[in-house]
Every structure is written in C-alpha cells, then in structure tokens.
Design a protein around this ligand. Structure first.
Ligand code: CP
Ligand code: NVA
Length: 305
C-alpha cells in the first residue's frame, strides 16, 4: 500500500513538488476561467474541515475546492465536537478515520495536527497553526511566480511580527532558494527553531530597522501584529509594532515595481495603510483568489501522488 501524504509543514514538500503544485494550480485557474470547474480527484470522498479558530478565506476556499474536485466538504464546528468537552485528539482521530477520507485542520499547536495525522490513514492538511500556515504560503509563492516569473531572482522582505506567516515564508524560501529579509522588533524576532532549521541560512537577513531592506525588495509582505491567540497582548503589541507599519513613507525607496502582499485579514491603519493595500503595487486580491487554485492543486497532489 502507498504511504499517505500529509501537508502539515511546508517542509513536507520538496522544490520539485512545489513547482508541480504551481503548474497544477495554473491549470486549475485556467480551467476555472473557462468555466470548467469539475474534476473527479475526490469523487465520492468526504473531507472534514475542523476549525478551532475563525476563518473566511481558508475555510471557504477549501470547501469550494473540495466540491470542485468532486468531493463533499463536512464542516466540523469544534465547539460542537466532544473535543471541546475533553475527548482526546487521539480518540477523535481514530473515530473520524472510519468516517472520512481527509481532514483539513486549523488549530493552535502544531503538535495537534501532527497527532491527528498520526492516528488516521488519510491525508491531513494544516490550515494554520500558531507555528505555520503552509497553504497560505504556497499560494503566496504561486502569486509571486505569476507576477515575477523567475522566483530565484526575487528578494522578499517581511515586515512586522515574526509569526506563523513569517516562519512559513522563511522555510518556503529556504526550500525554493529565495532571498528573504525580515524587519521586526527584537522582542518578536525570528525564532531559533526556524533559523536552525534552514538548509541555507545565508538566504535570511534579519534587522530591527523597518527601512533596512526596502531598496532591495521585490516583494514587501506584512501581516497582523496580533495573531489569533495573542489578543491578551494587544495593547503592548500595537505600541511596539508602530514603527513597522507599511505606509507610503516606508516604501518611498522601494523599487517602482515592488509588489505588496498580505495574507489577510488586514487591520487597516495598524500594520498597513489604505493607500498601500489599495494602491497600485498591491496584489492582495490576486493572492486571496489564488488560495482556491493552489488548494485544489494541493489536494490533487495529495490524492494522486
Ligand atoms: N489568510 C487566511 O488564512 O485567512 P482566513 O483566516 O480568513 O482563513
Ligand atoms: N498570523 C495570523 C494569520 C491569519 C491568517 C494569525 O495567525 O492570526
């Protein structure tokens, strides 16, 4: 029997497989523009979506992706599951294993998605943890690939909180051989777990100066300063991150054709101004649309490899 594939971490994929997913996503995107939406990759299958945190993009794009691949999405509201009353993840996973053909999970700890994956025979997909967001970052690199063609010449600068988005961008850039800079306050800097995991650490530069890398940036990326789960630190974070706002002044010295990216949801007036997110360099809506095409390609990859 073939070993099942999960996507728990972007490092579950190698560079060749990431480009296979991009080619497949490009094909699905083209097909959808031609109104050809249905494939039979997931025909007759039921895929659970277990979300322990809110979501607009990831949940809805996965539901549509599963339907367009011929499968049936089943949304599992975590507050209505016995997990919320103390049933263990192991026991829940063993039971779901006999009903479902796949599981997409958004939760807090990375170890929760790993435990689910260990106790089921079908593919498990990480739809965001406190540590990583691989589906988002695959769609982001796909968007950069569409805009800039050759990924290996691109320089990405991430500005703000070194969170799950930043972690996954760094690990993805390491796999793909892309230079990545991070400007962040010392107190919320890139974790040693990430820097130590890099195969090519010279690709990463880190500074606490928000302007340090602007002139060399083909991509300027930011995310919220208060991720889901950080709400109790909100006031402190809003104060510390203020100098890291991506605004018109900060990007003054950026190349004219830089692209602005944000995984969304954006907190306008905090990490980014309206002028930047709605401005000519912003690709955030294309980035969000690509979640759908790339997630279809991820599912296609997991169920046909
Ligand atoms: N970017 C992203 O994952 O958005 P949602 O939280 O809306 O899913
Ligand atoms: N860093 C954010 C990403 C949301 C898509 C969070 O974890 O809340």
């Amino acid at each position: 029997m073939k070993k099942k594939r999960d996507l728990l971490d972007i490092r579950d994929l190698n560079k060749i497989e990431i480009y296979q997913i991009f080619e497949q996503a490009k094909f699905f995107k083209y097909q959808r523009k031609k109104q050809i939406m249905i494939s039979d990759t997931l025909k007759g299958m039921c895929i659970g979506l277990l979300f322990r945190k809110p979501s607009s993009r990831t949940r809805i794009s996965f539901e549509v992706a599963i339907i367009e691949l011929g499968g049936n999405p089943i949304f599992l509201e975590s507050g209505q599951l016995q997990i919320s009353r103390g049933e263990t993840i192991q026991d829940t996973a063993r039971v779901l294993n006999s009903y479902l053909n796949g599981l997409v999970i958004r939760t807090y700890q990375q170890s929760e998605v790993e435990t689910f994956a260990k106790y089921v025979d079908f593919p498990v997909v990480n739809a965001l943890t406190d540590f990583l967001h691989p589906c988002q970052i695959l769609a982001d690199f796909f968007t950069i690939w569409e805009k800039k063609k050759d990924l290996e010449d691109v320089v990405i600068t991430y500005i703000g909180d070194a969170n799950n988005i930043c972690n996954t961008l760094i690990l993805g850039a390491d796999i793909l051989g892309i230079r990545i800079n991070v400007s962040c306050p010392t107190e919320f800097s890139v974790s040693k777990n990430i820097t130590n995991a890099m195969k090519n650490p010279s690709l990463l530069k880190v500074s606490n100066d928000p302007t340090a890398f602007i002139p060399e940036s083909d991509v300027i990326y930011t995310d919220t300063w208060v991720s889901m789960g950080n709400e109790q630190e909100k006031q402190k974070r809003l104060e510390i991150f203020k100098p890291y706002q991506v605004n018109e002044k900060l990007v003054e010295k950026a190349p004219g054709d830089f692209i602005f990216m944000h995984c969304l949801p954006a907190h306008r007036g905090e990490e980014v101004t309206d002028g930047i997110i709605d401005g000519k360099n912003s690709v955030v809506w294309q980035q969000a649309e690509n979640r759908l095409h790339v997630q279809k390609a991820i599912l296609h990859f997991l169920y046909s490899s």
